[in-house]
Design a protein around this ligand. Structure first.
Ligand SMILES: [Zn+2]
Length: 254
């Protein structure tokens, strides 16, 4: 089987567009649709024809291009239950699988940022498309769900194999880094990563994708059971859900 090809490109002010392509079948999917024109240009540049849209959640910067792209290509739109996905053909949820070309994605529901949020895990390709659930050194703001729900959702991501490549939907990493060091000040891996992030952004390069292994070592939202982080936020011995909620609250006010 050929590899899953992934093309990532900037979209809108700080989103990433993501096209995935199966060279064996020619199938091409857009993971979310931040901007139809930018995605169409990326398709033309690669010489790929859009066959699918795989949506993660209903926000406009993830679904805004759905109808224009569907009208232009007749592509099939797959996304979460909940009624918020424009032009949806197939609604999916926890435990479902999606076949894309020769590949299969397993679906996890990750409510918190929105109630309808789902992520796509291509187990055989060790790749996950996590939308606004996890960011490099961050996680999505909890708009619709509870902190407890968001923690349960992050725990699902945390349970994936550490080598999993994580594609998130925004370039927020530098701002996330400035916060992360305030709640995890003694983390040497985090300090080293921040230097790399600063160099990448100064060179105008993306900091994503990331890997789960890197996030487990440095992302404060995935480390609420770390004793150093617990101490730094004044919650030694608290439950991971409690520590997560405190870290998220601090970030909201940062
Ligand atoms: Zn969102």
């Amino acid at each position: 089987m050929a590899d899953l090809q992934v093309h990532q490109f900037p979209c809108l002010s700080d989103n990433y567009g993501l096209l995935i392509h199966d060279p064996a079948t020619g199938d091409t999917a857009s993971i979310d649709t931040p901007d139809a024109d930018t995605i169409s240009a990326a398709l033309a540049e690669k010489g790929w024809t859009l066959t699918h849209i795989l949506n993660t959640h209903h926000h406009g910067d993830h679904t805004g291009g759905n109808m224009a792209l569907k009208d232009a290509t007749g592509c099939r739109i797959i996304g979460p239950h909940g009624g918020g996905i424009p032009g949806i053909d197939q609604a999916i949820g926890e435990g479902d699988t999606v076949t894309f070309g020769s590949f299969t994605a397993k679906i996890f529901e990750t409510p918190g940022h929105t109630l309808d949020h789902i992520i796509y895990w291509f187990e055989g390709e060790q790749t996950a498309f996590v939308g606004d659930t996890v960011f490099a050194l961050g996680c999505g703001r909890v708009f619709e769900g509870t902190f407890e729900q968001m923690w349960s959702s992050l725990a699902k991501v945390r349970a994936l194999p550490p080598e999993t490549v994580i594609y998130c939907a925004h370039e927020y990493t530098l701002a996330n880094a400035k916060f992360a060091i305030t709640v995890d000040p003694d983390n040497d891996a985090l300090k080293a990563r921040i230097k790399k992030i600063e160099a990448l952004r100064e060179a105008g390069k993306p900091t994503v994708p990331t890997t789960l292994e890197t996030e487990l070592a440095t992302n404060p939202f995935l480390r609420p059971d770390d004793s150093g982080l617990q101490k730094a936020v004044g919650l030694a011995g608290a439950t991971p859900a409690e520590v997560f909620a405190e870290v998220r609250r601090r970030k909201d006010n940062f």
